[in-house]
Each structure stands twice: as C-alpha cells, then as structure tokens.
Write a protein that binds this ligand. Structure first.
Ligand SMILES: [Zn+2]
Length: 416
C-alpha cells in the first residue's frame, strides 16, 4: 500500500489556505472537445478572454459506447519524421498565468525545480496531496510520486512521464496539470463532474519524472550527473556507440538526445514482458538498449513495485514525445480489448491525437507492456509535433490538448 514500508513519507504538508477567485474560475469553461478536421487533426475551439461566460460549454466528451469495436489489425505505426503542426492552438497563456507555482517559461524544467515545486504544492494543498519517494535512481536521485485526491479512494490511476530522458517537457506538463487540477479543485469540471468529486472518488498517482538522471544528462550533459564514475561511464558509452553503431553525433548532441538512464539502458525496453523482442542493441547507448537482463535497473524495479502497491489500480497514462499520437494496443482480446480501445478513443477525442497500433510486435519490454499484460489498460500519449527535446514553443498547445486527460481517465475508470 502506498505509504507502507515501500515508501518513506517525505513531507508533512502544512496548512496554507488558497482560495480560487471567481475570475480565475471562469477560465475553466473551455470546450473540452475539439472539432476534428478532415485528417482527424484537432481544430482548437476559440477562447474568449474578455467574455469567458460565453465559452461556458458543458464538455461534450463522454465515454465511447461500450459497443465500439476496436480494429482487428493495427494501423501503420511508424511515426512520420515530421508531423504537420496542428491547426491554430488556443491561447492558454492567461489560464496558465493564474497558476503561480510551476514555471513554464523555461525550456529545461529540471529535477531540482520539480522537487521545489512538489514541496510548494504540498504546502499549499495539504488536504489534496501526498508526496512520497518510491525509489532511487542510478545516480542517487529520489524518485517521487504524488497522490492527488483522497487516500481513502477505492480506486486509482497512475500517471508516469519522462521515462525517456530527453522527453522532459512532459515533466513540466504533468506538474502543470497537477497544479491546474489543484487550483481549480473545487470549481473546475470534467464532463459536468467537479474535479474534487472526481479525485476524491478515484485518486491519481503521478510520477512526473521517472528517469531524472536521463533528463539531467539531456539538459546539462555530463554536468547533470553527480557521480564522476557515471560521467566516465557515459564517456565510454559514447565512444563505444560511435565505434560500433556508427553514431555520427557530436558528444554534446549525443548527450542532448539522451533517452536512457545513467547506465545507458532504455528504461522503456527494460521491463520483462517482451524484453529483447524489438531491440537489437547489444551495448549501452543513449537510446534503445534494453539492458543486461529484464528489470535490471532501479528505476524499472521501483515503478513496478509502485504499480503493484497501489490500491485498486485501474489504468495508467504514459506521457512520451513526440508525434501527437496515442498507443494503446498490445495483444488484448475480448472485452478487455474493448475497454482499452475505448480508453484510447476517449484520449483521442480529448487531444485530437491519432490512434496508432503496436507496430505489429505484441510486446517490447515497455512500461505499457508491463501494465497491460497485467490487466491494467494504458494509453501512451506522445506529445509534441517536433523532435525532442521539445522547444518551449510547443508547451502551451500541448497543455491545452492534454488539459483534461487525467481527469477524464479517472472518470472513465470510475465507471468501469
Ligand atoms: Zn519516449
């Protein structure tokens, strides 16, 4: 159970009251759905700054009908090298400006910033948040999980992001989404249900940065590592990768594109289900090396223990980048397959992202494979339209596209 021996409680939240003003509340009533264009790309609903009441629409997104049949074959899955930008995104800058804790003006949202923001949020919202450490990275960083909602909730969902280092903008995204739900806890809605009621019924456990060492390497190069021994190891990985795999990137660019953990293991290939099926890398590298054996890495082991310990875990969301796409499929069958597909459809309706299949390979050692094979539906949300690390210019649109995803997932599984 969360809060048991597995975890050490790291913060006692003090009671600093925060009230939500009426003006700020008004920004909640954006249309939650998007209008699909001819290529299923979202057309963002206009947002009125001066007359927010005129945009007060009841969100139209609902669960897909239970009879919806998933496709029997996976569609083409290779992400395009470039993705056409979505149509004009709404300007959410004024909505974000009401949220003062998590900064979104920096391109490199760091592990240290996340730590500070988690503590600030827990101080401001002591009744809604609980922060725990559920493991330690290779380079000695604590792995954080924050619970949004009630500890007495009978069910929960798990949200994880930045299992790949260079996709660290998703840490800023999940942190900002967390702050968003907290700020509007009593006054914001999804599908007509108050956020407070949603999260008191279905708690949300958020791991905003599962691979802090990899994110730090991508952001700061070798200076992102605390251990000199690990710095030397990364130098050797680069030299070896350049020799064996004909890597042609400069060292600095190689580090900027780093996806793995500090051991050069791609954590999203390190899970036991499908281990080694898709990866043909035989040595550590900045991406795609599955590791010496299944679940060899402490980050992998920690998230497995965390997921196993959560009470009533119903579903997961995984944030990756890039492509504005959704993955949901492994080899599910029957009613479970429909449950998973309808979950993906819900996310498609909210974000406007395309649903893709599993590339013809049932499992590949990913986190999604791990949970899906244990009866826990997962949707992987690939944010962003350009290659990673994503530029800051992507953030506001991504926030707008994903704003309701966590609340919607909680509602979806509440009626399961
Ligand atoms: Zn990824």
């Amino acid at each position: 159970m969360f809060g048991g021996n597995l975890f050490k409680r790291v913060l006692c939240c003090c009671s600093i009251a925060v009230c939500c003003c009426i003006v700020c509340v008004a920004v909640l009533y954006y249309p939650a759905s998007v209008t699909e264009g001819p290529a299923h790309r979202p057309v963002a609903a206009p947002v009125s700054v001066t007359q927010p009441e005129t945009t007060r629409l009841v969100p139209t997104t609902t669960q897909p009908p239970a009879t919806t049949q998933p496709p029997t074959t996976a569609p083409a899955t290779q992400p395009p090298s470039t993705v056409p930008p979505t149509t004009k995104a709404p300007d959410f800058s004024y909505a974000l400006s009401a949220l003062q804790v998590v900064p979104t003006h920096t391109e490199k949202y760091t592990y240290e910033q996340m730590q500070a923001d988690l503590q600030t949020l827990c101080s401001r919202y002591p009744d809604q948040l609980s922060l725990s450490v559920f493991g330690t990275s290779v380079d000695g960083r604590d792995l954080y999980c924050v619970r949004l909602g009630s500890s007495a909730a009978q069910r929960c969902i798990l949200v994880q992001s930045t299992i790949h280092g260079r996709e660290y903008m998703n840490t800023m995204l999940t942190m900002k989404l967390l702050e968003y739900y907290l700020y509007y806890y009593d006054t914001g809605f999804y599908d007509g249900v108050r956020y407070a009621d949603i999260f008191e019924d279905t708690a949300v456990y958020i791991v905003p940065m599962l691979n802090p060492d990899g994110a730090s390497i991508s952001q700061s190069g070798l200076n992102g590592l605390r251990s000199e021994a690990l710095r030397q190891q990364v130098r050797q990985i680069y030299q070896q990768d350049t020799t064996i795999d004909q890597n042609e990137m400069s060292f600095s660019e190689y580090l900027r594109k780093w996806k793995s953990n500090a051991n050069g293991v791609d954590l999203n290939r390190n899970f036991a289900k499908g281990f080694g099926v898709q990866s043909n890398h035989t040595a550590p590298g900045h991406e795609k090396y599955q590791g010496p054996q299944p679940e060899s890495e402490p980050e992998t082991q920690s998230i497995i223990r965390l997921a196993a310990s959560l009470p009533g875990l119903q579903g997961t969301l995984s944030f990756h980048s890039y492509g504005s796409m959704l993955y949901w499929e492994c080899d599910q069958t029957g009613s479970y397959r429909r449950l998973c597909y309808n979950y993906a459809q819900l996310m498609r309706d909210l974000t406007g992202y395309r649903i893709l299949g599993a590339d013809g390979v049932p499992f590949m050692g990913s986190f999604a494979d791990h949970v899906i094979s244990r009866g826990i539906p997962n949707v992987t949300i690939e944010t962003g339209n350009v290659n990673t690390p994503l530029p800051l210019s992507e953030f506001n649109r991504i926030f707008a596209e994903t704003r309701q995803t966590i609340a919607a997932a909680a509602v979806y599984f509440a009626s399961r």
